[in-house]
Structures are given as structure tokens and as C-alpha cells.
Design a protein around this ligand. Sequence first.
Ligand code: SF4
Length: 359
Amino acid sequence: MNKDSIYGLTLDQLTAWLMEYGHKKFRALQVWDWLYRKRVTDFSEMIDVNKECIQLLADHFAIQTLNEHLKQESADGTIKFLFNLKDGNLIETVLMRHKYGLSVCVTTQVGCNIGCSFCASGLLTKSRDLSSGEIVEQIMKVQLHLDQANQNEKVSHVVVMGIGEPFDNFKNTVDFLRVIIDHKGLAIGARHITVSTSGLPDKIMEFADIQMPVNLAVSLHAPNNELRTQIMKINRAYSIEKLMQAIDYYLEKTNRRITLSYILLKDLNDRREHALELANLIQDKRQLINVNLIPYNPVDELDQYQRSEHETVRAFYDTLKKQGISCSVRLEHGTDIDAACGQLRSKQIKENKQEQGSV
Ligand code: SF4
């Protein structure tokens, strides 16, 4: 029987579930502590939890549902994990080392339907959403890897920027966030977590309504509809105007800053006129917006795009700054491995297919 991951339950859900079976509230806290503080990988290791409770948990849930398929390590300390899900699908998770801590980038879907034309993940359409447990387990697997290295290191930051559109898997993403910020468990600071969306207006507003205190990044990538539609198919369904309305709603409701991500593609969206148009588009809300410029990571399969020259990135940045826009340039990690989102996974799937074809 394919059991659900125990990591999929928030502390409230675990408490309610155990109480339904006649267990006391404190049992849930004990189990939670064993899962997230002591980080056991088998229910039988929870030595102060009574046998009936252990059996009940083991009958209904699994702790380990992901298997490490491959691991690539970069000279800068970035580690890219490729995990096998129970159904055989592959997903990517990345650990990055920053001056300010250790950050993990998680995947929320198997493939992605948003179809950003620059993205390796978009080449493989979505086959399913990940459960909240599968998303949490990615963090746990990385944390266990760190625990085994015995250097007392802890995942301190999380970015929901891996394969998939998290707001197309809204409930599971929100449950995942609730689990990892729980102060009795992993206790990852909400302000150290960033969720990145391609910009689904209804979901941005729903996210504002639930007041989840994490950071939000929205992929803009172009300052006008014509160019954005060319880069991101999703713009056909949700124009920049609709997106900006949702952003206004979010800013008003939460009073939190938003990051607008802007991937720089050589000679396509990286000229001075684009920077000026972008500055103009967000001028009225610039106090609450930071633009994150992302140098494009070339992908073999997508040779229509090239990386902007360093000077062009600098000039784009300077133009925005002169217009009073707060902006930054994303630092790169793991450039000596398959660094672009979805690149390792798509390469592995291709290799698997070739192997199957050659049999
Ligand atoms: S960039 Fe993100 S949203 Fe766009 S296709 Fe890739 S995974 Fe999907």
C-alpha cells in the first residue's frame, strides 16, 4: 500500500488525527519533535511514544517516500539532488550556500504547465502536483544530508522556485509552508522563505487574504504584454494589467514588499527602453517593490535565447536605479553543474529515454 507522507500533516492536523484515534494531545507534540527536531526516519525510533501510537502511525503513514537518485555537487558548495518519487517520477531540489545561511530550493509539481519559453522545466508538461508531504520531505532530505555531514548546519532559508507553479498547487504549498515555519518543528523563519509565482492573479489575492507572512516573488520578465506573451504563455490568460491589479491588492492587504523577477534575455528584453518602460509600470508602487534581475542560464534545448552581456545587465540596473526603483542582480550558484531550473531533471529523463530506446 502506498502510504501518505507523515510530513504532509501540519501540527494541528496531526493533533486532530491522533485525537480522533483516542490519543492525548501531547502525543502529537512528541511525534512532531521526533520528526523535526530529532529527525528520525523510522517510527520505531520514537522511543517515548507508546507502541499503539507507533503502530497506528506506521499503519497509515510513511516517513521516507523520496529516494535519492543522483546528486551533483558544485565547486561553490551548491548541491543539486534528483529524487525519485514513489511513482517513479523525478524531481529536483537544490541546496545553496550563501553568506547569510543555507537555502533550499524546492519543487512543487512534476513538470509545469506554465510554459515559460526560457525554462527547461516548461519543456516537460505537468504530470501531477506534489503532495505537501513530498515538498516538506525535500527539506528534510537535505537537512538529513547536513546532519550526516555532522557539521551542525541547518537549513535556514527556503525558496519555492524549483520546478512547477506553486500557486497551481496552492493548498499543498500553503500546508508545506505551515509545516516548515512551525516554531516547534523546523522553525524556519517566515521572513527567510520566498514563494515565487509566474503571476496567477486570483491566487496572489488569495495568498494575501490568508496573510502568510513569507516573501512573495512574481515573475514579470517583460514590461509590456506583447513581449511578456512572447516569453511567458501565461500572459495570454492573465495580462500585465490583471497582474498589476492583483499586486496592488496584495500590497494593500499585507503591506509587505514584493519582489518582481526579471530574467534578462539578450537583445529581447534587456534594452534601456525596456528598463524605462518597467520603471514606468511600477513607479506608483516602487516603495514596496524590489526588482530582481536574473542573468539567464543557457539551456541546451533552448538555443534561441542568450545571456545578456555583463555591461548590459549593469546598464539595465543603473537605469532602474536612476528611476528610483530598488533593484538587485541575482547571484548565481552552481554554474559548473546543471544550474538552470529543471536542467538536471530534463537531462536525466532524456538519458533514460535514450537508454530505453537503445535496448
Ligand atoms: S519558470 Fe517556473 S513557472 Fe515558468 S515554466 Fe519554468 S517552472 Fe514553470
